[in-house]
Design a protein around this ligand. Structure first.
Ligand SMILES: Nc1ncnc2c1ncn2[C@@H]1O[C@H](COP(=O)(O)OP(=O)(O)OP(=O)(O)O)[C@@H](O)[C@H]1O
Ligand SMILES: [Mg+2]
Length: 333
């Protein structure tokens, strides 16, 4: 057993992923925690807690301790990190690991401090922070230290973050606290207004993944959804079409694409020219939405492509950074 261990952690709004230096991804679970309402005890974390979403008795509350990419509930985040470290480190470790955690480029000092403190009090010996867009770019195999500009756009569960990377650092960036969760919410709203049907978050997410698309499909697809009728309060099912899903989410998608446009607007012209040549790289779980790259390409006029395993770009980059601390030290926060 190794005495000194190094970990990378991507604390996402939707999913948390842990990387162990020399090993790779060792944990990947939803960022969800179930706590007792009275005693605030943690009852379940990750997969187990996500299954409880929307189904708990009144003395249990299921929480997402990160909101819009930043720590919203400090105590619960710390408890969750403790659980993750225990899972990964196994029983009986004496020396805490060195941990690299990524944070959105736009976080405030206070938000940064919260992540560092939670990591240290969960048992890390040392904690470092890296900008998420830089981590995403490293993980997407973009040659980040070149003098050419590269654009990476990460769309996760809680946020959309666009950044231009050159010479090993973030040159310009913009972010919006809108991610895949907002797409789910838009579907919930649409179904409630149009069909008087209340559906849960998990159902909405499933609809998005199965029949969602960022452009209208030539051959529309259908899916059955179930929930509660808002008028009669009784169970109801109906068929939803991919055209309806498109209609429900397109405005949210446009606001995500807007972040890319705003970032280009504040970027020096030489670098914008590089982006026009090299295209835009997309990372994050939400870029797996069908045809999202097509929407970006047509709205921005620059070709966009989805990175390999986009949902793991950030953790891969964070892991590579902790494994090569000396190379990336200058770029850390
Ligand atoms: N095939 C798919 N199509 C569309 N969306 C998907 C697909 N698979 C996963 N998602 C969405 O990806 C999002 C999670 O992505 P990711 O794990 O990158 O988020 P995160 O890192 O936790 O969030 P953030 O970076 O915003 O804090 C969820 O909203 C999920 O619904
Ligand atoms: Mg993320």
């Amino acid at each position: 057993m190794k005495l000194f261990r190094k970990l990378g952690i991507d604390l996402g709004t939707a999913n948390s992923v842990v990387w162990e230096a020399g090993v790779g991804i060792v944990l990947d679970e939803p960022t969800v925690v179930a706590v007792g309402i009275e005693d605030r005890k943690v009852l379940a974390v990750g997969n187990e807690a996500k299954l409880m979403l929307g189904k708990t008795p009144e003395y249990i509350e299921v929480r997402r301790p990160l909101q819009d990419g930043v720590v919203a509930d400090y105590e619960v985040t710390e408890a969750m990190l403790k659980y993750f470290l225990r899972q990964v480190m196994g029983a009986g470790w004496f020396i805490g690991p060195e941990v690299m955690v990524c944070v959105p480029a736009g976080v405030t000092q206070v938000e940064q401090r919260a992540v560092l403190d939670a990591t240290l009090s969960a048992g890390a010996k040392k904690a470092y922070l890296i900008d998420e867009p830089l981590a995403a770019a490293i993980g997407a195999k973009i040659p980040v230290s070149e003098s050419f500009g590269n654009m990476i756009v990460d769309i996760g569960g809680g946020a959309t973050e666009a950044a231009i990377i050159a010479l090993g650092g973030v040159v310009t960036h913009k972010s919006l606290r809108v991610g895949g969760n907002k797409l789910d919410q838009a579907i919930i709203e649409y179904v409630r207004k149009k069909h008087n049907l209340v559906i849960g978050e998990l159902t909405a997410e499933m609809v998005k993944i199965k029949i969602g698309s960022a452009t209208k499909l030539k051959r529309p697809e259908m899916m059955e959804i179930s929930g509660r009728d808002t008028v009669y309060g009784l169970p109801k099912s109906l068929m939803m079409s991919s055209d309806e899903v498109y209609e429900a989410i397109i405005e949210v998608l446009r606001s995500m694409v807007g972040v890319i446009r705003e970032t280009l607007e504040i970027t020096p012209p030489e670098l914008v020219a590089d982006i026009a040549d090299r295209g835009i790289v997309l990372s994050g779980g939400s870029v797996q939405l069908r045809n999202l790259n097509k929407l970006v390409t047509s709205e921005i006029g620059v070709s966009a492509h989805v990175a390999i395993e986009p949902q793991f770009c950030v953790i891969r980059g964070t892991g590579i950074a902790i494994e090569n601390l000396e190379v990336y030290r200058r770029a850390l926060r």
